[in-house]
Each structure stands twice: as C-alpha cells, then as structure tokens.
Design a protein around this ligand. Structure first.
Ligand SMILES: C[S@@+](CC[C@H](N)C(=O)[O-])C[C@H]1O[C@@H](n2cnc3c(N)ncnc32)[C@H](O)[C@@H]1O
Length: 345
C-alpha cells in the first residue's frame, strides 16, 4: 500500500482548475495537504517564478515531495505557517469517517475529513482567511460526500466571495466541486474584520477603522460595482444632511464605509416592542420619511422596510441601505410608510 495520497480524479479536477486560472500572477503559493506534490507541480509549471510551499502531516508525503525538489514543511493545517500567500490550494480529505477508520493512520487521514466528512474543510476555510494576501485566491475542492449544503451555508455566512469553477461526476454517485474564494478589499482595510451579512446584492463587514466601529458594504455585482457605490454614497450623504441614516465615512471603487449602527431590524423590533414603543418608533420613522420627501429622495423600500431600518437600544430608528434610492419630484416615502403601518396595526 502506498504511504501517501496518489493523484486521483479529484487531484486531476482541481489541477485543471488551477491551470485555467486567468489574469493572475501569484508570487507565493501554499499547497495545503501536498500529498504526492501534484498540485505544487502544476502551480510551479504555470508560474515558474512563484515560490510554492507544500504542507502536510504525512512524513512519507513530505519526504517524497522533497525528493522531487519541492519546498515542503510539516504542518497540521496552518499550524506552522506564519506568512501570507497569493494563492492557497487545497484538495482536502473529505470522506465521512466510518467505524473502522483509524484516524491515527496517516493514509486514512489523507481520505477522511472527519465524522461528517466536512470538518477538515470547515477548519481549513476558517483558518485560510488569515493567510491570504490582498487580491489572493483560494482554490479548493470538495465532494457531494462531504455534504455540499453544509459547506455552501458556511461560505454564505463568511466574508469570502465565492466563485464556482468546475464540477465533475465521478463513480456511481459522487460529484466533485472546485470553488475559488477571494476576500473583498475592505477585509484588508478594516481592523478585526468580521462577517455581518450577505445578500444577493452585497456583502457587509463590520470592523474598526480609525478607532471607530464601522460597517463596510461591498457590492457583489462586479459589472455595476462602481455605479452602485457612487449611488449609495451620494444618497447617504444627502440623507445625512437631514440627520438620516448611518454617518457616511468614505467610499472607494470597492466599498463604502459608514458608522456601525448597533440595532435590530425593524421587523424584529416590532415583534417584541410594547405598543407605546412601537408608536414612538413608527412616528419617528414617519418624520424621517417626510424629511426625505422634502429633500426629493425616494428611498424605494418604505412599503416593506422591515429589513432596511435598524432600531437601537435607545429606540432610535436608523434607515439603512440607500443603494436603491433615487431623486424624484413625486416622493412617496411617507405614503408608502403609511401603507406599511396600516398592514401592521
Ligand atoms: C486528498 S489528499 C490530497 C493530496 C494532493 N494535494 C492531491 O491533490 O493529490 C489530502 C492530503 O492532506 C493531508 N492532510 C490530512 N490531514 C492534514 C492536516 N491536518 N494537515 C495537513 N495535511 C493534512 C494528507 O496527508 C494528504 O496528503
């Protein structure tokens, strides 16, 4: 029996995906779970000047790779890594453990990703963020046997921007998937960046900037990104002139920064507020709608603003999300909000 993982269909699929990465010149790359060294060799061939490091827990694999002239280092996931990389690739162990699997056996550890198959992958995804350079890419593979929906859900709740690269059906009932992950520029600008929310339109991070707690919004539509940011910045600044919305701080072509509002969505607030509190907050929102009407700004979500207004602990409503706002002569924020109140009284 071989002492380390020899290239299989999974290796070939992720190798092909790496070989097709375009418009990208990594100076440094990390091959997590280097095994036979196949992926390191693909990287080295595609980008001859790239410095590639392979890590593994399996001594036999490390010795084999060293004999091939590859740079290797023993490491349990990122344990012995202290620098960042432009490219991180990983073909992980991804099979669910069965009762006969001996997890102290190095070869079993090349195949088995934990009790459910996805544990190693989730640990990899959690740790990899700290070791990725700005503009860097992570390319990793997983299988339908490692529970795709758990992995997709984890990625949805993460700051990663996910791009599907390729898939292949193997054997009788297994599908392999290769994803590319990047981190938004804002992630590298903030101190202590944290994931806050993700939707179809954008990604929201929370973190520190100039000693303030701030929010960075990142549009996910690459083709419209700059337009969306310009628009949100314009309307947020205008709204701020009437003391509406979170304070605008700055924006670039990649993100907009605003003050963090510590609050709950209006729809959740209304579920637990007393009738008095509800009335006070709804009246305050109505005043803000009237001010926006006067300023000629249509907020666009006032018939259903449950998720577009935050209410703070001091019962202050703050309108958020100005990317769909527009200038208009016939502003209807107050009328639209009256409709909402009618439906909720
Ligand atoms: C599926 S094999 C992939 C090998 C090779 N990269 C390829 O694509 O053919 C997974 C590799 O991860 C290594 N591995 C398993 N657990 C690890 C851990 N905790 N830290 C580092 N490497 C690990 C295994 O020894 C094995 O070489």
């Amino acid at each position: 029996m071989t002492l380390f993982y020899e290239p299989e269909a999974d290796t070939l699929l992720i190798a092909k995906a790496i070989a097709h990465l375009d418009g990208f010149q990594p100076k440094t790359a990390l091959d997590v779970g280097v095994g036979s060294g196949a992926l390191s060799q693909v990287i080295q061939k595609k980008w001859p000047s790239c410095h590639v490091l392979g890590i593994d827990i399996n001594d036999a694999a490390l010795e084999h790779c060293q004999n091939l002239g590859l740079h290797v280092q023993k490491s349990d996931l990122f344990e012995t890594i202290s620098t960042k990389f432009n490219l991180i690739v990983c073909n992980p162990p991804y099979l669910p453990q069965n009762e006969h699997d001996d997890m102290t056996d190095a070869y079993t550890r090349a195949l088995v990703g934990g009790k459910n198959g996805y544990e190693y992958i989730l640990a990899f995804l959690e740790q990899a963020k700290q070791f990725l350079e700005e503009n860097g890419k992570i390319v990793f593979l997983f299988s339908s046997l490692s529970n795709k929906s758990v992995i997709d859900t984890e990625l949805y709740k993460s700051p990663y921007i996910v791009k599907f690269l390729t898939t292949e059906h193997v054997g009788l009932m297994e599908d392999l998937y290769v994803y590319e992950l990047t981190l938004p520029k804002a992630y590298f600008v903030l101190q202590k960046p944290q994931f806050l929310a993700k939707g179809k339109r954008g990604l929201v991070l929370k973190g520190m900037s100039k000693k303030k707690v701030v929010v960075a919004k990142v549009p996910l539509d690459e083709t419209q990104r700059i337009k969306i940011l310009e628009k949100e910045a314009l309307f947020l600044k205008r709204a701020n002139e009437s003391h509406i919305g979170p304070t605008y701080l700055m924006h670039t072509d990649h993100y907009i920064l605003m003050e963090y509002v510590d609050g709950v969505h209006l729809r959740d607030y209304l579920k637990s507020a007393t009738p008095m509190q509800k009335e006070t907050v709804l009246v305050k929102i109505m005043h803000q709608c009237e001010k926006l009407d006067k300023a000629g700004i249509a907020k666009a979500e006032m018939t259903n603003p449950g998720k577009n207004i935050l209410v703070t602990k001091t019962h202050k409503p703050v309108l958020i999300d100005f990317e769909r706002a527009s200038f208009t002569q016939k502003t209807k924020n107050a009328n639209q909000f009256k409709e909402f109140i009618k439906r909720h009284s």
